[in-house]
Ligand binder design. Structure first.
Ligand code: NAD
Length: 484
């Protein structure tokens, strides 16, 4: 049995810390169902220790120059790249995602964020506003203590996407990973500390939702960034509002991908596969409602079926495997429930639809056609390898149907008609969009949703606005003119 047991459950103030009084968290390897590590949720004294360490660490960190901060973040990025294989294997153990994916999409993406925001750190300045003889200058300040709360699909990436901009701006972070994937963020914390981050500037504490809730309601916390589902987002946003805290909400989706009749069929099929089956469908921005023009439906479905049936489902540690298990038994059951609903509500099963015949939480990549807008599988986020293909005939019609959802995370358009691509994408209610590709999320581009899918943006220069605030200082050069 693989042992991925960390030295202790939490990383606080530059050290591994344990309190076995906390509720046990069993980390299960999704490919086998074996428990590979047991950790403990943070107790109130651990939460308190993390908050105090963050307060101390933040003072030291914020007093450094942006250049010094940036150098440390970039050093951490280099260390992550040097240790990519080890970190990718841990990511695979934590999530079950195939090593073929984790080697290129997780630690590497985390390193990109640390490098990018490390580069920006020295450039974060205020401005000078001349007003005749007087002037105003602005100071870009950190917020203070930021809390990051993660989902289970990208534990390394989420820990870095939240940590890197927070740290670049001079904040401290307390990151609470998902209870389902507690391992990877501890490595991120360890590496940041080794790279030179002051003790307490980046801490990781474990726990279920209640630990997250405790952090969100603590008066010492200035900002909360959540990656999770819409129902959790509503709770966390409301609790943060009570304390007037800054928030970033990266939530769920049911995103449309529209394939027009002139699209390159191979590219569109490739986009649909990337946007539905990468990470076994456990990606928030997935284009799970694939609208295909009636004129090309049969051709599209044939290629989609053939290519999907070529997926190599198996041991995630084997680099030839390109399709892994669901993260947990609970998620597997949710997804199988949706597949049954799809069949019951009359969708046509094209391929897949059942668990794979092996241990672990594997479900075959599943495609439904003849899906209608009112079906449950077309309305609710499934978060598994279930693609729904819907037919359409006209541009206006498909735009209205694509937007008819509470979600607004992502959208994609496949067409060779340049003006149509831009015209349609401009009218889709979504934060992160693609033309003739899907799900690429480089750190240079803003990422986030509209409507119920979220508030704020991660990555790019946009993220700086969500991890800093601006103080304005008016400087008078003449006498004070009071009214009496
Ligand atoms: P979840 O909402 O169940 O949990 C997310 C995190 O919130 C976990 O760490 C959990 O412990 C914590 N939490 C739960 N209740 C809480 C509370 N009351 N207060 C504070 N924290 C609380 O989500 P999940 O099942 O881990 O992840 C899947 C969801 O995440 C999907 O909806 C997916 O779309 C979304 N997601 C979004 C993005 C994005 O960037 N938009 C990325 C990945 C995943």
């Amino acid at each position: 049995m693989t042992n991925a047991q960390p030295k202790a459950s939490h990383f606080i103030g530059g050290k591994y810390v344990e309190d076995t009084a906390g509720t046990e968290i069993h980390c299960v390897y999704p490919a086998t169902g074996e428990t590979i590590a047991t950790l403990h949720a943070a107790t109130p004294p651990i939460v308190d220790q993390a908050l105090e360490a963050a307060r101390e660490g933040q003072k030291i960190w914020a007093a450094m120059t942006g250049t010094e901060r940036g150098r440390i973040l970039r050093r951490a990025a280099d260390m992550i790249r040097d240790r990519n294989r080890e970190l990718s294997e841990l990511e695979t153990l934590d999530t079950g995602k195939p090593l073929q994916e984790t080697l290129v999409a997780d630690a590497t993406s985390g390193a990109d964020a640390l490098e990018y925001f490390g580069g920006l750190a020295a450039t974060l300045t205020g401005e000078h506003i001349q007003l005749g003889q007087d002037w105003v200058y602005t100071i870009r300040e950190p917020l203070g203590i930021c809390v990051g709360i993660g989902a289970w699909n990208y534990p390394t990436q989420i820990a870095c996407w939240k940590g890197a901009p927070a740290l670049a701006c001079g904040n401290a972070m307390i990151f609470k990973p998902s209870e389902t994937t507690p391992l990877c963020a501890l490595k991120v914390a360890e590496i940041l500390y080794e790279a030179g981050l002051p003790a307490g500037a980046y801490n990781v504490i474990q726990g279920y939702g209640e630990v997250g809730a405790k952090l969100v309601t603590d008066a010492r916390v200035d900002k909360v960034s959540l990656t999770g589902s819409v129902p959790t987002g509503r709770k966390v946003y409301a609790a943060a509002a009570e304390g007037m805290k800054h928030v970033t909400m990266e939530l769920g989706g049911k995103s449309p991908m529209i394939v027009f009749e002139d699209a390159d069929i191979e590219d569109a099929v490739g986009g649909a596969i990337l946007g539905n089956f990468y990470s076994s469908g456990q990606v928030c921005s997935n284009g799970t409602r694939v609208f295909v023009h009636k004129a090309i439906k049969d051709k599209f479905l044939k290629r989609l079926k053939d290519r999907t049936e070529a997926a190599v489902l198996g041991d995630p540690m084997n680099e030839a495997t390109n399709f892994g298990p669901m993260v947990s038994k609970a998620q597997m059951d949710i997804v199988l429930g949706y597949i049954n609903k799809g069949v019951d509500e009359g969708a046509k099963l094209i391929t897949g639809g059942k668990p794979a015949d092996r241990k672990g939480f594997f479900i075959e990549p599943t495609i439904f056609a003849n899906v209608t807008d009112d079906m449950t599988i077309a309305r609710e986020e499934i978060f598994g390898p279930v693609m729904t293909v819907l037919d359409f005939e006209a541009e206006e019609e498909v735009i209205a149907r694509a937007n008819d959802t509470q979600f607004g995370l992502s959208a994609g358009v496949f067409t060779k008609d340049l003006t149509r691509a831009h015209r349609v994408i401009a009218r889709l209610e979504a934060g992160s969009c693609w033309i003739n590709t899907y799900n690429l999320a480089p750190v240079e581009a803003p990422f986030g949703g509209v409507k119920a899918s979220g508030v704020g943006r991660e990555n790019s220069k946009e993220a700086i606005n969500h991890y800093s605030q601006v103080k304005s200082v008016y400087v008078a050069m003449g006498p004070v003119e009071a009214q009496f």
